[in-house]
Design a protein around this ligand. Structure first.
Ligand code: UTP
Length: 289
């Protein structure tokens, strides 16, 4: 039986340059979707998939990301004093239990592969999940839960994948695909940001991964890939052929919230999915357009 996935890594050390000036002093991962920061959406998804330990790969100026999951004494006391119990509940929902949130520093944003490698000591010798908080998935079943269920059956490495338009392959990690079995696709190779003409398929990896700890040995080489960055895709690619490696066509819609338009669209989609807001948002959009 596959070893259980208990730990999740959240790389949050990037500069978020596509979102300037909002990200000049504030972490991109604190941007809200309606009223909840991106990082909280990711942590809740991990929790729903059975994750028990949360590892943030962070950087200078990103303290708010850790504080968000702590107690907020003054706020709690004030809300309590004013009898605002519903708001108090909402604020407390974000908390991670003592000793279950770990933070490690990347020091320099050298790429996603480097960020994940920075979590090697906290992860140790067991399988782990990686969630990029700027990829948000709206669906019936949390995406990572679908992945853990698939992983429990096949083991090895599992990445979430979606079909992208061919002209966009140079933005993503792309699969060279093998046999397909339902929603699972065997991965024969991985290429980071290939030109549309060179892309082996149009199946792209999104920001959800279940990986085996051997990936740390590959990332240890610190080899620079596409864009001069240490790419997670390159480290993962070296595991293919040695360990099972599958893509999962998950159910749900993915929004790229690292991009302004993607984030706006996600805000609308999440608001429209909320019974307390849907009608008002629909009327608002109709009025605007
Ligand atoms: P992105 O490439 O989308 O984030 O990385 P970025 O570099 O912050 O944003 P732009 O492109 O400049 O606008 C996806 C995730 O990986 C993290 C980011 O924080 C984000 O959550 N990341 C990226 C790191 O932690 N370290 C890195 O060196 C790069």
């Amino acid at each position: 039986m596959a070893k259980r996935v208990r730990k999740a890594v959240f790389p949050v050390a990037g500069l978020g340059t596509r979102f300037l000036p909002a990200t000049k002093v504030m972490a991109k991962e604190m941007l809200p979707l309606v009223d909840k920061p991106l990082i909280q959406h990711a942590v809740e998804e991990a929790r729903a998939a059975g994750i028990e330990e949360f590892i943030f790969v962070t950087a200078q100026g990103k303290q708010a990301l850790e504080d968000h999951f702590d107690i907020a004494g003054e706020l709690y006391r004030t809300l309590e004093g004013r009898g605002k119990t519903a708001q108090l509940e909402v604020a407390r929902e974000a908390e991670i239990p003592p000793g279950k949130l770990f933070a490690t520093r990347q020091k320099q944003p050298l790429g996603l592969g480097h960020a994940v490698w920075c979590a090697r000591a906290q992860v140790g010798d067991e399988p782990f999940a990686v969630l990029l908080p700027d990829d948000v998935i709206l669906g019936e079943q949390p995406c990572l839960k679908q992945m853990v269920e698939a992983y429990d059956g096949i083991g090895g490495n599992v990445v979430a994948v979606v079909d992208v338009p061919r002209e966009q392959t140079d933005r993503y990690g792309i699969l060279d695909t093998g046999a397909e079995n339902g929603a699972l696709v065997e991965v024969r190779g991985l290429v980071e940001k290939p030109k549309p003409a060179d892309a082996p398929s149009t199946l792209s990896i999104i920001g959800r991964y279940i990986l085996q700890p051997e990936v740390f040995d590959e990332l240890e080489r610190h080899e620079r890939g596409a864009g001069g960055e240490i790419q997670l895709t390159d480290g993962m690619a070296r595991l293919i052929g040695r360990q099972p490696f599958h893509g999962l066509r998950f159910e749900g819609t993915r929004y790229d919230c690292g991009d302004k338009l993607g984030w706006l669209e996600a805000n609308l989609a999440f608001a429209l999915a909320r019974p307390d807001m849907a009608d008002k948002v629909r009327a608002m959009v109709a009025k605007l357009v």
